[in-house]
Design a protein around this ligand. Sequence first.
Ligand code: HEC
Ligand code: HEC
Length: 286
Amino acid sequence: MKIRLLAGGCALAALTFSGLSATADPADDTLVLNGETEMVTHTEKAPDYIDGLTEQYSGWLFREADTRVMQADDFDNPGMLGVEAAAEVWNTVEGSEGKSCASCHEDVETSMKGVRTQMPKYNEAKGTMYTMEMYINECRTERMGAEEWGWTSDPMINMTALISSVSRGMPMNVAVDGPAKPFWEQGKEMYYTRYGQLELACANCHEDNYGNYIRADHLSQGQTNGFPVYRLKQGALISQHNRFKGCIRDTRAETFKEGSPEFIALELYVASRGNGLSVESPSVRN
Ligand code: HEC
Ligand code: HEC
């Protein structure tokens, strides 16, 4: 398949998606974490409410073999250093109330198991959609009397990696109906909106062209089941909203901020496209 998109008559803005022979397919590989937990990285059937996908593929299947291997073993996964750092913070008392996360939640592996599969979710008490970052900051400010963490600060990303890691192997399962519905609809609309000088929507790259190459990048479905992701290129764990920002910037558009209502709605919609795939966080990508 070869598609050429020309934007605004500007030759520099021409982007080519190309299928480079057989290498364009997702890898035929199975992810077994630490030789124990078999992960679902491919399903034959996407959820019915996702019109544009028949099958689902984790981004893991579009990365090179050495990157895939790195994620399969906790000793080789550089993202696990962030998880370890957060495990210490979990037990550290901070703030005016003299509490740590563990004071209330006790063992993270038990109390936070499955939490990542449902994020983001509708918070009844607050009457709005809540991401994991928002729950964490609510606990810090309202329950610990501590300062809130910045959305992309190290302690926040490390903590989301720790909490997510205890759900690894469990299927993503965000709610798309009930009070979540209007947020989901908003996110869906954004997913199909063309942004920037290149006039590209998320769907143009991650739905119409996954498997193809864009420049040197092997395009995946843009799934979020591996977030936060350790990006080798950046040498750091990054959040979903940081990734969304980068993708929108690549279309040469103004972008939204991390934590903005727009990105929260988009996070929900993109997560729902991956319902059924295993949580992989922290995953490794280039
Ligand atoms: C004083 C007790 C207390 C402390 C300390 C506390 N939490 Fe919480 N946490 C709660 C309560 C209560 C809820 C449930 C809130 C709700 O359902 O709206 C909660 C909810 C959460 C959730 C959402 C769980 C879910 O099932 O959706 C996360 C994530 C979380 N806390 C993380 C943390 C982290 C990380 C820390 C330490 C930085 C922390 N909490 C400190 C009491 C606490
Ligand atoms: C011009 C093409 C393009 C557009 C438009 C685009 N992306 Fe991406 N995106 C990429 C490339 C290239 C990568 C890195 C390779 C990959 O994983 O597909 C990527 C990666 C991602 C990833 C990381 C996947 C993983 O497994 O780590 C997510 C999530 C993502 N994009 C979401 C989005 C969302 C949401 C939008 C719309 C706001 C969007 N992208 C728009 C090209 C694009």
